[in-house]
Design a protein around this ligand. Structure first.
Ligand code: GTP
Length: 243
């Protein structure tokens, strides 16, 4: 772990999961420059505190594997297209972070030597120890796995203390807050309750992996500036999911 970590920091190594849709902002797809810059400011803030940051980014703003069937494509092909979409987002995020002076490395689960390093666990942790933000591209490298599952897997592999799921909503609710104005947010909930109540925090594989390995998840609104910093400094933001 980095020695330069600031005393106010609660989590020294985090895995941040960002969905591709977040990058699109209000648009139906693509990458919104203001959104990505706002994300970069938040990530830089925590990196400046000495927090070691791994990021798994989705690709839903460009292509989602599950859409494949409706477009006449094979699901496996669709999933690979989705993985390539995550690589596009990873490069965009890397570009913007480096423009702000944040050292980064993109490590891809599918080898693309010309644009990224291959994912090697020991290399990832070494980069983190050197203070580089590590962006994991191409999910797990396998079809049928979501980038949420990739986030759980990478979090475990790099021994992150917490998985931070950045979303557009403030918390996990007992029903859909868009459809039900009386929906109640949870401050804290167990993995088992998430699974039993069918709450859409992350997919079942991702939740199970975190539950089996005792890795807490915090679901929070990454669109609110200061939230990420607050969480790494121990503020109660969003919903904590734990055993
Ligand atoms: P240290 O050895 O810890 O200093 O890490 P480093 O990443 O700076 O060293 P390295 O010499 O491995 O890499 C230098 C630069 O080349 C970095 O920007 C890496 O991201 C990049 N790089 C390393 N391996 C690959 C690769 O396989 N493909 C691509 N495209 N870039 C790579």
């Amino acid at each position: 772990m980095s020695e330069g970590v600031r005393p106010e920091v609660r989590y020294k190594r985090i895995l941040l999961k960002l969905s591709g849709e977040i990058l699109a902002g209000d648009k139906s797809g693509g990458i919104d420059a203001e959104i990505i810059n706002a994300l970069v400011r938040q990530i830089r803030e925590v990196a400046d505190l000495g927090v070691e940051v791994g990021i798994v980014i989705g690709g839903g703003n460009i292509f989602r594997g599950v859409q494949a069937g409706s477009q006449g494509l094979d699901r496996v092909t669709g999933d690979y297209m989705g993985m390539l979409a995550t690589a596009i987002n990873a490069l965009a995020l890397q570009d913007r972070l480096e423009a702000e002076g944040v050292d980064t490395r993109v490590l891809s689960a599918i080898e693309m030597k010309e644009i990224s390093e291959p994912y090697i666990k020991r290399r990832a942790t070494r980069h983190l120890e050197k203070g580089r933000v590590v962006i994991f591209a191409c999910g797990t490298g396998n079809p049928f796995f979501t980038t949420d599952t990739a986030a759980s897997l990478r979090a475990m592999e790099i021994s992150a203390e917490v998985l931070l799921k950045g979303t557009k909503v403030d918390a996990v609710y007992d029903s859909d807050p868009v459809k039900n104005k009386d929906a109640k947010p949870y401050r804290e909930i167990s993995f088992m309750d998430v699974l039993q109540k069918g709450l859409r925090v992350m997919d079942t594989a991702a939740i199970s992996l975190c539950m089996d390995n005792n890795l807490p998840i915090i679901v929070f609104n990454v669109g609110v500036e200061g939230n990420l910093r607050g969480i790494v400094c121990g503020d109660r933001v969003g919903t904590l999911v734990q055993g």
